[in-house]
Design a protein around this ligand. Structure first.
Ligand code: ADP
Ligand code: MG
Length: 684
């Protein structure tokens, strides 16, 4: 009998060749596989008359061969071209290396063709369309087709075959959620939910499945927040402010800056100071929009820790950000006796060892790194403060890990996720919250434009102009590679297109999640050092990346993203003195989509946008499982599922401690979020 914790190779169809492919996706056990949800569902649309086809969109047509296919040699590959028509017009279809198509497409027979429509010269064209008989088409049209993120060599059909086998394990898996709660919250069983999320019978049943899984995720999160909230520790790393003026060294440091603190920064600093010198250990969140100046507060807190003889650790979610912090800390503190040490996964083993020794001996006073810093191997001499940047990448689990490291350092968390206060109180229920609600003076607000695809050539000219003026630009695409049957702009194709469309001397780089950490870091460094003028990227462009010389961002298929995610993305520009511009290009001209995007055009205030996002609850992609770029949750979406988050958090709060503890343990046993997080931290 199979069990959840068995490795996937226990399934038939997975052998020594295929197992590594699953592992590449983070799937080791059968349980992992079951929790590998589709990221959206495809559905087959009604067939369209050829006359009404729109280039750039995918479509289904019902047509038959109107000319004998012709064969061509295209760079050593055999290309078959044929023409089909439906009485309203004709489309050219192309296949590479698929001569058997010739036998399949008999003259006179009707087929359904599904693919992306392009305009080649004056001809409508589809590359490698899916060919379906009438029966096949109607069968597919009835169901939602799950779309998983796959990897080369691993097909959807293999994944689904394995998934079907894996589902049998659910027969013997108890639903850890008590029936009482399930009834009250009207949730379907865990077994049904897992089945339906992978093989939905209908949109409605998929939505029910999703609701259950999101609830579980939020409930476990809520339970872990409650566990942390109940711990109110005393201040075992007390600090004092020295000097007659209260905080001598800090004020001296501030006097050396080229700017003065905003009112909001001053207010938050005094809150931090009260914590560090007070009776309880600090556990504080600074919530401030992108560019509100959170880093300087982290630095001041670290400086105070150092002055009091403690070490401070600054943790960033990525190496690129860690290095960036390291550079800016080093620069800002260059006139101080202060030992700053960087520790990241990609450093040489020998360098890492030196860094670890300096950390252990206490010689390193401010330590900057990724969250691998809280790992077992790294020992601090006297850690007094931990700052984590962009908390939405850090889970509650890491905070627990930190507590286990011994000592009880103060914790300062910085987040740029502009979420409404009601949600913040749930998400950060165990933290005190400070809000940085004021941008430094003198910033020029970003100018925004919401446009349709017809604006493409103007956008190209605009990019060329800004780059010629010595600035840099981001172009954001929703996808990495060209994907059959998808209309979305992808990084590879777009970079190629821009190489043609822009002057030859424009240096273009690409960035996406499938590059290795080292490759990503190299590209970001090149962009940072202005060795690249333009970066074509998916949304992986790090939150917090600071390239003040970048003044333009063009976002394709903007309607696919949540507003809050778009606002985060936009925060990469508008960081310098020059005027910045953000162009939101919508792949559709649906009025609702445009209207929603106009909210971004009308305000640069993250909190207002978050509120709007919440009320609109995105007409976006109803078949997507998640909308926003928030990465804290596997399936839950903060904005879209705000009501469920509130419900789950109420349930978590209402349970007596022993029951909560048991539920948490049982839920973790199935979802093992803790293990997953530990695996993520396992990079050093
Ligand atoms: P974020 O809150 O997004 O992390 P940063 O801390 O990176 O923002 O700050 C953005 C930029 O603003 C940095 O270049 C920083 O030096 C600058 N900055 C911070 N505070 C002020 C201020 N009070 N006045 C002017 N510039 C500031
Ligand atoms: Mg920042």
């Amino acid at each position: 009998m199979m069990r959840l914790q068995d490795p996937v190779r226990a399934l038939s169809g997975i052998g020594p060749k295929t197992e590594p492919l699953f592992q590449k996706l983070g799937i080791r056990t059968i349980g992992d596989l079951l929790l590998y949800y589709p990221f959206r569902y495809d559905h087959y649309t009604e067939p369209q008359a050829i006359r009404s086809l729109v280039p750039g969109k995918s479509a289904v047509i019902e047509a038959s061969l109107s000319k004998t296919p012709t064969f061509h040699n295209a760079g050593g590959r055999k290309l078959m071209l044929c023409e089909v028509s439906d009485g309203t017009g004709s489309v050219e279809l192309a296949w590479f290396q698929m001569t058997y198509m010739k036998n399949r497409l008999k003259p006179g027979m009707h087929f359904f063709f599904r693919g992306k429509v392009e305009l080649r010269g004056r001809k409508l064209h589809m590359n490698h369309p899916e060919v379906l008989t009438k029966e096949q088409y109607f069968l597919k049209k009835q169901a939602l087709q799950p779309v998983y993120s796959l990897t080369r060599g691993l097909s959807l059909s293999l994944l689904q075959k394995c998934m079907r086998q894996a589902l049998s394990v659910m027969q013997d898996t108890n639903d850890y959620l008590p029936l009482g709660i399930r009834r009250r919250e009207q949730l379907i069983s865990l077994k049904n939910a897992i089945e339906e999320i992978h093989f939905p019978k209908s949109y409605e049943t998929m939505a029910e499945a999703r609701r259950r899984l999101v609830f579980d995720e939020f409930l476990l999160f809520g339970l872990s927040v409650e566990r942390l909230r109940n711990v109110r520790e005393e201040n075992s790393c007390p600090m004092t402010v020295e000097g007659s003026d209260g905080q001598g060294r800090i004020l001296q440091f501030l006097a050396g800056l080229s700017f003065t603190l905003t009112g909001a920064q001053k207010k938050v600093w005094s809150e931090i100071l009260t914590d560090l010198t007070g009776a309880h250990r600090m556990n504080r969140l600074i919530q401030g929009d992108v560019g509100s100046g959170k880093t300087i507060l982290a630095l001041m807190a670290a400086l105070l820790a150092k002055e009091n003889g403690y070490q401070a650790a600054i943790m960033a979610p990525t190496e690129v950000l860690a290095e960036q912090h390291y550079e800016s800390f080093t620069e800002l503190l260059k006139n101080y006796q202060c030992r700053i040490v960087l520790l990241t996964g990609s450093m040489k083993e020998s360098e890492k060892r030196v860094a670890r020794e300096q950390i252990a001996s206490g010689e390193a006073q401010i330590v900057i790194g990724t969250h691998a810093l809280i790992q077992e191997k790294v020992r601090f001499q006297h850690l007094g403060l931990v700052v984590t940047d962009e908390q939405h990448r850090f889970g509650v689990h890491q905070r627990e890990l930190l507590m286990e490291k011994g000592g009880a350092p103060h914790i300062l968390v910085m987040s740029a996720t502009p979420i409404p206060r009601t949600l913040a109180l749930i998400l950060y229920g165990d933290l005190d919250i400070s809000v940085l609600d004021e941008l430094p003076a003198g910033r020029k607000p970003i100018k925004n434009a919401v446009v349709g695809t017809s604006y493409q050539s103007s956008a190209d000219r605009f990019l060329a102009k800004e780059i010629a003026a010595g600035h840099q630009a981001y172009v954001i695409c929703p996808m990495i590679e060209e994907n059959e049957g998808s209309d979305l702009t992808d990084v590879g194709t777009e970079a190629e297109r821009l190489r043609q469309a822009l002057p030859g001397d424009v240096r273009i780089g690409i960035l996406h999640g499938q590059l290795s950490a080292a490759e990503k870091a190299t590209v970001m460094r090149q962009f940072h050092d202005h060795e690249l003028d333009l970066l074509v990227s998916t949304t992986v462009v790090e939150v917090g990346v600071n390239v003040p010389n970048a003044t333009v961002m063009l976002i394709y298929d903007a309607e696919r993203f949540g507003l809050a995610a778009l606002h985060q993305l936009r925060g990469r520009i508008g960081r310098g003195d020059a005027q910045s511009y953000c162009i939101f290009m919508s792949g559709t001209d649906q009025p609702e989509a445009m209207e929603r995007l106009q909210i971004l055009g009308s305000t640069n205030d993250g909190f207002r946008i978050a509120e709007q996002d919440l009320t609109l609850r995105g007409p976006g992609d109803m078949f997507g499982l998640r909308q926003s770029g928030e990465e804290r949750f596997r399936i839950g979406d903060l904005m879209r599922d705000a009501d469920l988050l509130k419900k789950a958090s109420e349930v978590a709060k209402s349970l007596p401690p022993d029951q909560a503890e048991k539920l948490f343990a049982d839920g973790e046993a199935f979802y093992h979020t803790g293990e997953a997080m530990a695996a993520v931290a396992d990079v050093l």
